[in-house]
Design a protein around this ligand. Structure first.
Ligand SMILES: Cc1ncc(COP(=O)(O)O)c(C=O)c1O
Length: 348
């Protein structure tokens, strides 16, 4: 079975709650910064020095511990190529993926010709530490973790993360994808200095609303970062991304506002689920996994007919009967929940 990444079909216009985007848009301050880009700025290869330092300071790491990327997807590519290709010994490397997971991990691991080992979810999506103890072998070079996870919104505890770090061979890494960490209780970024095997992926796509600008980052110890940099192109980010990152790093108030919208929206989804008798997974991200059961594609289609796009996640491990609903702007969540109630009542 191919693990190639399958993009979701373009839906056209409607309320996009299917790709975990920021449905409020980016901060006006960030848009203004991109508008200030000049003709000359566009004509010259960008100078990354200043934005590099700004991003490092903003994330609380040293400049040697960060690389900016063209979206986090590029970081996932770089880590996969840097660690999962066959070595000089010709032996195949192992990638371990805790499921359910973002599909790009398997897609990139497959391209690097790694052996892919999926670790199945436990009830309630508790972290499968015992299964990881078996799955991680001397051939393992990357363990892909996501905290908070996509599509469940469940965060990984610090003790569990530290234990996984202790299981990985010294030549390997734990790739901790923190795409949604701006909505969560805590980040593991402060562990970078202590664990050379920890690589953290971040993106400006979600909380900062810059998915179309393509801006992300990898964070790791100096030595690990030096190796990862070799797998990144020298001019991966365009001038608009540099302007946007610089402005976003100085505009925490916008993210604080969006975070509060997300917290209120998640609660609205939980309340609606309780009213409708649906089970859901409490989330630390900007979406909620809801078990609607029955004919999930029909529910997703009926929602789309009402102009609300949600994601069918029912074929992912442990997610049978589930849709994932973006939980961002409160007004958008209200519209989505009204449509969901109508669709489910009509199906009864
Ligand atoms: C867990 C996870 N990691 C990475 C990404 C990709 O981030 P970017 O848009 O910065 O490439 C996504 C996008 O949805 C995601 O869900």
């Amino acid at each position: 079975m191919s693990r190639a990444y399958e993009k979701v079909p373009e839906y056209g216009s409607g309320l996009r709650l299917h790709l975990n985007e920021n449905t409020a848009g980016c901060s006006p301050v960030v848009l203004e910064a991109m508008r200030r880009v000049t003709r000359e700025d566009c004509a010259f290869y960008p100078d990354y020095a200043e934005v590099h330092h700004i991003a490092a300071r903003w994330l609380g790491v040293a400049p040697d511990q960060i690389a900016l990327t063209n979206g986090l997807d590029e970081g996932i590519h770089a880590a996969s190529y840097g660690y999962l290709q066959r070595g000089a010994d010709g032996r195949q490397r192992r990638a371990v993926i805790v499921q359910p997971a973002f599909d790009m991990y398997a897609a990139c691991a497959e391209l690097a010709q790694a052996e892919i080992v999926d670790v199945a979810p436990l009830t309630g999506f508790a972290f499968p530490l015992d299964a990881l103890r078996t799955a991680i072998t001397p051939a393992t070079r990357v363990v892909f973790l996501t905290s908070p996870n996509n599509p469940t919104g469940v965060a990984i505890g610090r003790d569990a993360l530290v234990e996984v770090l202790s299981l990985v061979p010294s030549e390997g890494i734990v790739f901790l994808d923190e795409a949604y960490v701006d909505f969560a209780d805590e980040s593991a970024i402060d562990l970078i200095g202590a664990f050379p095997q920890l690589v953290i992926g971040r993106t400006f796509a979600k909380a900062q609303g810059l998915a179309a600008v393509r801006a992300g980052a990898l964070v790791a110890s100096e030595a690990t970062m030096a190796r990862l940099r070799r797998y990144l192109p020298p001019y991966g980010l365009n001038i608009f991304a540099l302007a946007a990152i610089t402005a976003a790093a100085g505009d925490d108030a916008y993210v604080a506002w969006y975070r509060s919208q997300v917290a209120a929206s998640r609660q609205m989804v939980y309340d609606a689920c309780q009213r409708l008798g649906l089970s859901f997974t409490p989330s630390q991200a900007n979406f909620v996994l809801v078990r609607v059961g029955g004919d999930v594609p029909a529910v997703v289609r009926a929602m789309a007919d009402r102009g609300i796009f949600v994601r069918d996640r029912s074929t992912q491990p442990g997610c049978d009967g589930c849709i994932r609903i973006g939980a961002g702007v409160v007004e958008h969540t209200g519209r989505a929940l009204a449509a969901l109630e109508e669709v489910l009542c009509a199906a009864q």
